[in-house]
Design a protein around this ligand. Structure first.
Ligand code: NIG
Ligand code: FE
Length: 395
């Protein structure tokens, strides 16, 4: 077997490893650092004076290197757009779950090639902005054939494909929502489970109540899928506690949590991450989640993007970090951790979200001297280069 080509990234002004054993604080920060990549993995991380030799060298010129963003929530398999709905919302209309049906109609009418091309476009857009892992959901098909097609397209893009047949009840089941849950937990799950790692449900008024959501998640778990939940987005509700009860990896949105929800998520025995999606609250004029309550209570908090055509059409995790810092009072360090190591926890992955020897070589060189710049210079492109699995994929 030949030795994999190694690459030294030298003269890193600030390296965020997310490994407290390697540097300062929870983000394992090292000033004056170097990294060595070997094949798809990190071979070494530490102070540059101690760096081992490598086959090739990149000069970071004093700039900052961070783990690639782990965006644990997206809905990029869709067709059409909802810019008119957004404009109406900015003029005062409320965001409602029912808008999803507009995208369902457009998605059903599109060809598989069109869906794939649009999703690839968005994946590349995200990658060029530093996202090296992107979870991708179905959820705009809502028939057996259309969900199977969507989750199959998702699985072509990512290892983190999610079956979200329980996004909303489609129009043809408006008079028989229980029949739709039967379909999701029966023939639709049969068709989709082979392509997915995850099962998700939108547990919210206007979508699925706690009993229906429990049925959906339990059916998925029995099929060997792992659970994640959309909950507490539009109002208080049972989503967060259901996620904790069923051992879901993550409950996403968490915009409306009560004290009991926060306590449940902060319980040391709880394995459920609270994933906050501030881009959604921005684009739907919702209040922002109380990140401080979660963090101060000891919950694990991730940040994700939720790229979708309705509630949040951004692929920029840097923008979400800026919102989290400015609007949710997360420190820049907490926000970056949430968008990297936190995202990895929300996906139950130990090989990504950090830059220690053995981890995947998924990383971003920023055109900035330190990671505070992600929030300090909002809206400014600052990604100089992106490596995924050790390969330069952008820059
Ligand atoms: O995560 N909340 C449910 N699903 C998406 C919105 C989808 C849409 O509006 O099209 C979300 O916000
Ligand atoms: Fe979502």
């Amino acid at each position: 077997m030949s030795t994999p080509q190694s690459l030294l990234i030298d003269d890193i002004g600030v390296l965020v490893t997310n490994d407290p054993a390697l540097g300062d604080g929870p983000s394992g920060r090292i000033e004056g650092a170097a990294l060595v990549l070997a094949g798809a993995r990190i071979a070494w991380a530490g102070p540059r004076a101690q760096a081992p030799a490598a086959d090739a060298r990149v000069d970071a010129a004093g700039r900052c290197v961070i783990p690639g963003f782990v965006d644990s929530h997206s809905h990029i398999v869709f067709a059409g757009d909802r810019s008119e709905e957004f404009a109406a919302r900015m003029s005062g209309r409320r965001y409602e779950a029912g808008g999803i049906r507009t995208t369902v109609a457009a998605t059903r009418a599109a060809s598989e090639a069109e869906l794939l091309a649009n999703a690839v476009r968005l994946l590349r857009e995200a990658r060029s902005q530093g996202t090296t892992t992107l979870e991708v959901k179905s959820g705009y098909g809502l028939s057996v054939a259309d969900e199977e097609r969507a989750v199959r397209v998702a699985a072509r893009l990512t290892e983190e494909a999610t079956f979200l047949g329980a996004h909303v009840v489609p129009p043809e089941y408006a008079d028989d929502p229980a029949g739709y849950v039967d379909l999701v937990t029966g023939a639709m799950l049969d068709a989709c489970a082979p392509h997915a790692r995850w099962i998700d449900v939108f547990c919210e008024r206007g979508a699925f109540d706690a009993d229906a959501a429990r049925r959906v998640l339990t059916a998925g778990l029995e099929r060997g899928l792992l659970a994640r939940v959309h909950g507490n987005q539009l109002g208080p509700g049972p989503g967060a506690r259901l996620a904790v009860e069923l051992g879901a990896a993550s409950v996403d949105h968490c915009t409306h949590l009560d004290a009991d929800d926060v306590a449940a998520l902060a319980d040391p025995a709880c394995g459920t991450v609270a994933t906050l999606l501030p881009g959604v609250d921005f684009a739907t004029r919702q209040p922002y989640p109380d990140a401080r309550a979660l963090l101060d209570a000891g919950a694990t908090v991730a940040l994700a993007g939720d790229c979708n055509p309705g509630s949040c059409y951004t692929s920029s995790i840097a923008f979400c970090i800026a919102l989290a810092v400015r609007e949710m009072r997360m420190t820049p360090e907490e926000a970056l951790w949430g968008a990297t190591a936190g995202g990895a926890r929300a996906l139950r992955r130990t090989d990504i979200g950090h830059l220690a020897a053995g981890a995947r070589a998924d990383l971003v060189l920023l055109d900035a001297p330190n990671p505070v710049y992600l929030a300090y210079r909002p809206g400014v492109p600052q990604v100089a280069a992106v490596w995924k699995d050790g390969a330069l994929v952008s820059g």
